[in-house]
Ligand binder design. Sequence first.
Ligand code: ZN
Length: 383
Amino acid sequence: MEGKYQRRRFSRQPEPGDLLKRIREFTRALVEDLCNGRSPAISIDRFSNYCMNSDSTCCCSSDLPKGREILTCQRENHVHRMDVLLRVLLIVQKLLQENKHGSKRDIYYMHPAAFSEQSVVDRAINDICILLQCSRHNLNVVSVGNGYASELMLVMGWLRFSESEKKFGCINRPSTAYSIPVHVEEVKGIQTVKKHDLDVVSVAQYIIVVEKESVFQRLANDQFCNKNRCVVITGRGYPDIPTRRFLRLLIDTLHLPAYCLVDCDPYGFDILSTYRFGSMQMAYDAKFLRVPEIKWLGVFPSDSEKYCLPKQCLLPMTAEDKRKIEAMLRRCYLQREVPKWRLELEVMLQRGVKFEIEALSARALSFLSAEYLPSKIQGGIYI
Ligand SMILES: [Zn+2]
C-alpha cells in the first residue's frame, strides 16, 4: 500500500465530506489488498517538533514528517494497533456522517475490552489525524466529555466574541472570568472594540497568558484589566488543545503581541515552550497550535535578586527538576530559535533554586499587577 497515501499539504482545514472521502479511499485500498491476497500495511508519517541534537542542522522547524512507521500483519502488536485504528475510524466515520461530537473518553467506552486503556485510543486518534491529514477537531472528537464549556481555560479583558448562538461580552466587565468554549471553530466575531454610538472607545493592546489560575484570579481581584487595556487567559497548567487554538485564533484575528507569565521552574518553562512550539505528542498538528510570536515575560531566575525576594521564597530544586532542565536544554529549537530563553534556563539550573509567580507577593499583595507587569510591558523587559 506504500505510495498510495503520498502526503499532500492541504492549506485549508478539510470539510466532513473531504474526510469521509479519504476514509472510503483508505478502507477501499485495505480491502483490495485483502481480496488480492496481499498482506495489508498501513504507512503512518511520524512528526517531531524537536530533537536532542542541539549542534546539528536538523529540520525540526519544518512541518514535514521526520520518517514513517509501517504497520504490518507480521507483528502481533501491529495487528492490535490496526484493529484499534479501524474500530476508532469506524466511530469517527459515524460521527462525521451524523454530524455529532464525541469525546475521547466516549470512544474508549465503546470497546473497552478491545482498547484496554485510554492511551491506546488517544494514539489511534493521532494516527487517524495523520492518515487523513487533519486536526482532531475535524474528526468531531473533543478532549472532554462535558459538551460545550471547557473546564480548563479562562479569559477576561477587552474582548467580545460569539460561539454558535452564545455571546461572550467580556469587554462589558473586563475583570470577570469567562470559560472558553470547546468548539473553537464555532468562535466568530472576535473584537476588542467597544462601541458607544459607533464611537470606538478602546481597544486591547496586548494579550497575557498566565500559567496558573491562582495568578489569573489575583489579576481579576486587582481589576488588572480595568486598569490595563489587555486580554488575559490561562490554560491552568499545561494548556489543552482548545486553549492553544483559541490563543492562536485571538492572535491571528487581533494581531496583538502576546506575553507569557510562568513560574520560575522546569514545569513553567515547559508550559511556555508548549505555547510557543507545541507539544511533541501533537507535533503533526503544530502549525495550527503553536504560537511563535509569544514572548516570555517572566518570572526570570534573575527576578529573585532584582526584586529582592526573601530567601524563604526560593525552593531548592529536586534531582528530578534538574534532570528535566538538563533534558530541555538539549532541545534543538531552543538554541536555534530562542537562545535567550536557553540562557535563562541555564541560569535556572546553575542557581539550583525555583520560585513561583506568587513569590512576588512578598513585596506587596498587588505588586504583580500594579508594578511588575506594567513596568515589564512598558519597559520591553521580555524575551
Ligand atoms: Zn531538531
